[in-house]
Design a protein around this ligand. Structure first.
Ligand SMILES: Cc1cc2nc3c(=O)[nH]c(=O)nc-3n(C[C@H](O)[C@H](O)[C@H](O)COP(=O)(O)O)c2cc1C
Length: 148
């Protein structure tokens, strides 16, 4: 059993819902998933104990949130090379945040990112059965590349 961190920022709860569904998908494969707000992390060491990382935040002003930028600098201090990763975010019309986070994880941290790419969902779709399934499938895709 491996341990996955699903860390998110969310102002109105949509990206938080995505995080919870993604964690469900991870758990369906028998792994452990912690769902935590990025603001809970103050030191890089607190991020150390995981086998895979899925980070998410919504898009505001065609950008990721300021908190996520700070969090990504914090995570830079870990050696995440080769670790399994994914990125997600809720949006209404442009949805830049998830691909931006995904790019940082892939090209800066050199993580082994899921082949599904970033998971961007329009907020109206998240709490539909298709939206929930897309998130769960994303969690499964991350979990399925982890040795049990
Ligand atoms: C001030 C403001 C700016 C926003 N800018 C964007 C944007 O540039 N692109 C986009 O796709 N959605 C934008 N949104 C919509 C949010 O991304 C969307 O409501 C999202 O689901 C919020 O997620 P959260 O509940 O996790 O905070 C904006 C919303 C607000 C209130």
């Amino acid at each position: 059993m491996k341990k996955v961190l699903v860390a998110y920022a969310s102002r109105t709860g949509k990206t938080q819902k995505m995080a919870e569904f993604i964690a469900e998908g991870v758990r369906m494969l028998g792994h452990t998933a912690d769902v935590k707000k990025i603001s809970e992390f103050k030191k890089p060491e607190e991020l150390n104990q995981y086998d895979a990382y899925v980070f998410g935040c919504p898009t505001y002003h065609r950008d990721m949130t300021a908190g996520m930028k700070t969090f990504l600098f914090l995570a830079e201090n870990l050696n995440l090379t080769g670790k399994m990763g994914g990125a997600f975010g809720s949006y209404t019309h442009s949805g830049e945040s998830a691909p931006m986070i995904y790019d940082t994880m892939e090209f800066v941290y050199k993580m082994d990112m899921t082949d599904l790419g970033a998971l961007s969902l329009k907020e109206a779709a998240i709490e539909t059965s298709d939206g929930m399934k897309a998130c769960q499938d994303y969690g499964k895709a991350v979990g399925s590349k982890l040795p049990s």
